[in-house]
Design a protein around this ligand. Structure first.
Ligand code: SAM
Ligand code: SF4
Length: 406
């Protein structure tokens, strides 16, 4: 089960933000995240804040969920009181947003439009499990204004899908991509996971070849993280399944890079490849560049004007707060300059654009020079004043970040 929320300071019951936080909202973009905390079953590796019908019991039903989120949207409109610009990006994530009827997702999107306005070129994404969409639901989502879909494929091989506890059959993700294209989605992402127990280099190559053949314009590939408290975590702890090996993970990453690049997809963040600039996920870019966003739903995090807060985690507690016309925020913190700097370096170094050397202190500059000598940062970019990871640097991104911040 998900771990405890971070501490932070108590959040006010009306959700009010200090006036100073409202001055420049959206200067680096304004996004909205809507968390949908329901799944048909829980994958053994996943520790996201999501619940199956049996875990939730009758108390927090999916049928009422859209109205509960609409209540938080009304609260956000009161708190922001016109200070936010039109929404640049909307991202429905989960959980499995597409377990809700398309009409419910459409109603939430409409509520956001009425509360804040959607920018004329707004990006509207939903995550979806391949087995949770149909031609009809995809067409309804497209009609409602969704223009990007992110499907959780994970692998092309049945035995890998089984070890990951996925419900869909091999081949279904590619069929869902074709249906999304027919429904008019210009932007389609497939998520892959590498390093699952029992996955060979051939298995991984089959998955990479399958996403290329599916003709998507975006691919996310993440190594399998073994999270404490998950079924997979327990299986690994008991020695029933092996921990993913770091050298194998590095090989898998290199395999992804060469296959995806050869197919015309270019990395723009360590784990993300896109066919064109327009195909990049603008919502994630807004996070990585520390824009402002309001996260709706249980456990969702928000960041507005240098204040970060997070909602109560359980759907029942979330709904109860809103029924009482109270903010569902559990706690919050003011980001000081030091925290912002650490986060900027952590997030921006993972981007193909890198980060300006001018943002580093003298120890960080010395570390960047060493990383450049070690072939972890691009020499030409370094000379031009930016820290940009080389391919080898991407394999060691976390340790480069640690060095730049030491
Ligand atoms: C939380 S899911 C939500 C969307 C949808 N339910 C799905 O599974 O595709 C988003 C992505 O996170 C990935 N993910 C979740 N837990 C992970 C882990 N422990 N290691 C790597 N990827 C993980 C999922 O596989 C999925 O592609
Ligand atoms: S379907 Fe997605 S969100 Fe749900 S348990 Fe599996 S990985 Fe997690």
């Amino acid at each position: 089960m998900p771990g405890p929320l971070p501490e932070g300071d108590p959040a006010p019951r009306d959700g009010a933000l200090p006036p100073a936080a409202l001055v420049d909202v959206g200067k680096r973009g304004f996004g909205v995240y809507v968390h949908v905390p329901f799944c048909a079953s829980r994958c053994g590796y996943c520790d996201f804040n999501t619940y199956t019908a049996t875990e939730l019991g009758g108390g927090a039903d999916q049928a009422a969920y859209a109205d509960t989120v609409l209540a938080e949207i009304a609260l956000a409109a009161r708190v922001l009181d016109g200070a936010a610009p039109a929404v640049d990006t909307v991202f429905f994530g989960g959980g499995t947003p597409t377990l809700l009827p398309a009409a419910d997702l459409a109603r939430v999107l409409d509520g956001l439009d009425k509360a804040f306005g959607l920018a004329p070129d707004v990006e509207v994404t939903t995550e979806a499990n391949p087995e949770s969409v149909t031609r009809e639901s995809l067409t309804a989502l497209r009609r409602a204004g969704f223009n990007r879909i992110s499907l959780g494929m994970q692998s092309a091989r049945p035995h890998v899908l089984t070890v990951l506890d996925r419900r869909h059959r091999a081949g279904r993700p590619q069929a869902a991509v074709a249906e999304a294209r027919e429904a008019g989605f210009a932007h389609v992402n497939l998520d892959l996971i590498y390093g699952a127990p029992g996955e060979s280099a051939d298995d991984w190559q089959a998955s990479l070849d399958a996403v290329v053949a599916a003709g998507v314009d975006h691919v996310s590939a993440y190594s399998l993280i073994v999270e404490d408290g998950t079924r997979l975590g327990r299986q690994v702890a008991r020695g029933e399944l092996p921990m993913p090996d770091d050298d194998v993970l590095a090989d898998r990453y290199l395999q992804a890079e060469s296959t995806l690049t050869a197919a015309g997809l270019e990395w723009y963040e360590v784990s993300n490849w896109a066919a064109t600039d327009q195909a990049r996920c603008r919502h994630n870019e807004l996070y990585w560049r520390s824009g402002d966003w309001w996260g709706f739903g249980p456990g969702a995090h928000s960041h507005v004007g240098g204040i970060r807060w997070w909602n109560v985690r359980h759907p029942t507690a979330y709904a109860a707060r809103l029924v009482d016309s109270e903010s569902p925020a559990h706690a919050r913190e003011v980001l000081d300059d030091g925290t912002r700097h650490v986060e900027d370096v952590m997030l921006q170094l993972r981007l193909a654009d890198g980060l300006p050397l001018a943002s580093l202190d003298s120890a960080g500059l010395a570390a960047a020079e060493r990383a450049c000598d070690d072939g972890l940062l691009e020499a030409a970019q370094h000379a031009a004043g930016r820290a940009v990871l080389t391919l080898r640097g991407r394999l060691l991104a976390d340790s480069v970040v640690r060095d730049l911040l030491a």
